[in-house]
Design a protein around this ligand. Structure first.
Ligand code: SF4
Length: 429
């Protein structure tokens, strides 16, 4: 068999440590800036800081959806998300998005054939079919689903901050995305005759937990001056309720509670559901896949040449766009001494690690047997997802007709009634 299935945490961990593994993230990094690739994947040098909020939201949303597809009770999923989240606000964001996502697609339940499949497979010369022994492709696909018309589709679930509306730049870019070509080839190697990709995209909220005005016993907002004295209106008849920077009047507030934040977010989601969720089918033709094989072979050749020569050129156009590069501080000429130490190091462990950075063994954290992945893996082992009877609708793109009516198969949470309506209907998870 030309592909190795990695179902267990040990295998995933092994793959994560394997620097001969070419994942989509690694290839994208190499294309963006070879120097960044050297830092990140050759040396294993990464910023010594926790994952971003966006990364945590995405990971936990995926986890909630995976556990749901495994048939786990809603309360258990909520407990897992709360235990893993950085704080109660993140947990509330993920749980609201997850339940609203389920409500949005309640009439298009997916028939999940396989979920969270890790893979590695050889890279072959498209002309001779000979494989390289230097690199392998690797990754993890979200799921394989069966569409209403019987076709198998690769499910690609994304949490993003981009505009999801039809015709937006995001969808234009998706059609060129190499990742899905790689994943289509991978699931075909795994035995699934996939011809299309169903993008299931969730937009992370742009709004943030905010402040709530303090009110007195009569429900009147409280405004104080620079001395902490409560301020009256000019005629002195009522309490003033608005701030004034010019006069130094400050509206008294408290932080929004996680529950208040969740309720406000649910209201926003319900009021503009297609702002947050979209499903679009993106086809991959045989020509697309042939192009990808050519590009893949060329890229691994270039990568190998860079490794052999130890040359990693800098693409300074990528330093600040589309995000600030993690290595901008140590790529700077003022840190040339640090850089020359890095360049000269033959073994990553011998490197002098710049302040604010650390060396890692796992250069593919998306495949790592981290807590979240382990959670999903162990639960998957103990509780395979029951077969679903409902077939999905293959024509799902931008359908905004999801009714706010009954939602089949939902579970009670913390003893509250089953979740049967739109996001604002549930007050307590
Ligand atoms: S700072 Fe710029 S040149 Fe240096 S690694 Fe990052 S993108 Fe490349």
């Amino acid at each position: 068999m030309s592909i190795q299935l990695l179902n267990d945490s040990e295998a995933l961990s092994r793959a994560s440590r394997d620097r001969s593994l070419l994942t989509n993230s690694r290839m994208a990094c190499q294309r963006a800036c070879p120097k960044r690739h050297q830092f990140r994947y050759e040396l294993g040098l990464v910023p010594d800081q926790p994952p971003s909020e966006a990364a945590w939201i995405g990971t936990l949303f995926h986890l909630a959806c995976n556990l749901d597809e495994m048939g786990r009770p809603d309360q258990e999923i909520a407990d897992v998300v709360r235990a893993k989240a950085r704080d109660a606000y993140d947990a509330e964001t993920v749980l609201r998005l997850w339940l609203a996502h389920r409500w949005r697609w309640q009439d298009h339940e997916l028939d999940v054939v396989a979920t969270e499949k890790a893979f590695r497979m050889p890279i072959r010369n498209p002309e001779t079919n000979a494989m390289t022994f230097v690199f392998e492709n690797g990754g993890k696909v979200d799921a394989v689903v069966r569409l209403e018309d019987g076709r198998l589709a690769l499910l690609e679930r994304k949490t993003i901050s981009d505009d999801l509306s039809p015709g937006s730049d995001y969808w234009l870019r998706v059609r060129l995305d190499q990742q899905i070509s790689l994943y289509v080839l991978a699931v075909r190697e795994l035995g699934y005759d996939v011809t299309t990709i169903l993008y299931d995209v969730v937009r992370r909220p742009g709004m943030r937990p905010g402040k709530v005005p303090l009110v007195d016993d009569d429900g009147v907002k409280i405004v104080c001056d620079a001395h902490g004295e409560r301020v009256r209106t000019k005629d002195g008849k009522k309490w003033r309720e608005s701030a004034s920077a010019a006069d130094g009047y400050v509206l008294q507030t408290r932080p929004e509670t996680p529950e208040e934040w969740g309720a406000r977010l649910a209201e926003d989601i319900e009021s503009r559901i297609d702002f947050y969720f979209a499903r679009v089918e993106v086809a991959r033709t045989e020509d697309d896949l042939a192009d990808f094989r050519e590009e893949l072979w060329q890229q691994q050749q270039q990568l190998r040449a860079a490794q052999l020569k130890g040359r990693w050129f800098r693409n300074t156009n990528a330093c600040l766009v589309p995000f600030r590069c993690d290595y901008l501080n140590i790529c700077d000429l003022k840190l040339d001494v640090g850089l020359s130490i890095l360049e000269a190091g033959s073994a990553p462990r011998a490197l002098q690690v710049p302040p604010g950075y650390k060396l890692v063994d796992t250069v593919h954290p998306e495949l790592a047997d981290d807590d979240v992945a382990l959670e999903a893996a162990s639960l998957a082992d103990s509780a395979p997802r029951p077969a679903t009877g409902a077939a999905p609708d293959a024509n799902l793109a931008q359908n905004s007709s999801a009714p706010a009516s009954a939602m089949a198969g939902s579970q009670p949470l913390n003893g509250t009634p089953a979740f049967e309506g739109p996001p604002t209907d549930y007050a307590q998870l």
